[in-house]
Design a binder for this molecule. Structure first.
Ligand code: SAM
Length: 366
């Protein structure tokens, strides 16, 4: 699965993440032989973060979106237990910790976990972490043993740090290996998707996940180019897409395709669906669910889930009268998605497409 020829992806997947972690903090749980993660091109080692302690204030790692709204809607207080399912740089977790809560931070990315652990070390044992996919909420040891949380936050997608790090391969603006995994648990690399998947599957993900109208043309160009030579870098792929569809307007023509490939690599929609299904079994009655989405597919999934589960009765033209909805479990705390203020967008342009949905788990039916 890892390409060795160019050296970009010659390290085994989990070693790349551990190497990123080791490179900065020196506090990793396991020391990796540096030769395991060296690449022939030098790409990985040259671009791995030199020192995470420099970003430990979180300032340059990731600016959290909706900080004030998250603090208000989570209704955090001393003694409450909050799960931050997308820890990232730890900005939202810090808000909860400062309000006195106990926080469990989850992330698939060991580098994010290491960064947040260093940043939030001052909160002592009120802060802990779990490495894994939030689709596995029920596997968290405390939850498996009957613990329930007072709140869950999912702030979906990738962090600015992941996006801006060329070596992670998320960006069509920076040359890096075709990787795009959020962490070692992600099932594919972008190189596998682009070089090995059938044309029909490429068309499907470009249409479905990227909502890319030129999906067929892009997939066909990828197939033609990879027949000559496999794709190795982000810029090779971005150039191929640009040649296939041309450049119109200000948005880079590879934007939607990169989003689609990232979502396929990390099985993002599948993870979200699994996490939403698990929510009622990890939260206490009265607990809050807050979800921040960045594109319409995710938002639609959250909106439909919450709409269905917050409707006490279902109706159908064929029924004599509405029937109680057996899935009725939530109360919507805001009927519509909350969107960022103009001020937040000017401070944090990444917030532009963010939507926040908030709900409360109801008491179980008697
Ligand atoms: C937008 S960032 C979160 C930023 C964070 N709220 C903060 O204040 O810094 C999303 C983070 O969630 C992680 N992530 C995304 N999907 C995940 C999943 N299915 N399971 C676990 N972590 C995930 C990413 O690795 C990334 O670090």
């Amino acid at each position: 699965m890892c390409r060795a020829a160019s050296g970009w992806l010659s390290a085994r997947p989990s070693q790349i993440f551990l190497a990123l972690q080791n490179a900065g903090l020196g506090t990793a749980r396991r020391v990796v032989n540096p030769t395991d993660v060296r690449t022939a091109s030098g790409g990985l080692s040259a671009q791995a973060p030199a020192d995470f302690s420099g970003t430990a204030d979180g300032g340059s790692y990731h600016l959290p979106v909706f900080p004030a709204e998250i603090a208000t809607w989570m209704d955090t207080a001393p003694g409450r237990f909050i799960i931050d399912g997308t820890l990232g740089g730890g900005g939202h977790s810090e808000v909860f910790l400062k309000a006195g809560a106990t926080v469990l931070g989850i992330d698939r990315d060991p580098e994010a976990l290491a960064h947040a652990r260093a940043r939030l070390a001052g909160f002592g044992d009120r802060f802990s972490t779990w490495e894994g996919n939030f689709s596995g909420l029920q596997e968290i040891p405390g939850i498996r043993h009957g613990g329930r949380a007072d709140g869950l936050l999912l702030d979906l997608g990738v962090s600015s740090r992941q996006l801006d790090s060329a070596v992670r391969g998320f960006s069509f603006m920076r040359d890096g290996p075709l990787d795009m995994r959020m962490g070692p648990s992600s099932p594919h690399t972008a190189a596998e998707v682009v070089n090995q998947w059938a044309e029909a599957d490429l068309v499907r993900i470009l249409f479905e996940f990227g909502e890319e109208p030129k999906a067929r043309r892009i997939a066909s160009a990828i197939i033609k180019q990879r027949a000559v030579r496999n794709f190795e870098t982000t810029l090779e792929l971005a150039d191929c897409i640009e040649k296939a569809v041309g450049r119109h307007g200000r948005t880079h023509p590879a934007t939607r395709a990169f989003q689609a490939i990232r979502m396929a690599v990390n099985e993002e929609l599948e993870s979200l669906a699994a996490a939403l299904a698990a929510v009622p079994s990890v939260l206490k009655p009265g607990a809050r669910l807050l979800v921040i989405t960045f594109h319409s597919l995710e938002d639609r999934m959250v909106k439909r889930f919450l709409r269905h589960r917050s409707t006490p009765f279902s109706d159908d033209p064929g029924w004599p009268e509405p029937r109680p909805n057996p899935d009725f479990q939530f109360q919507l705390l805001a009927r519509k998605a909350i969107t960022p203020t103009a001020e937040e967008i000017s401070l944090n342009p990444r917030a532009r497409s963010a939507k926040l949905r908030v709900a409360r788990l109801l008491d179980p039916k008697p």
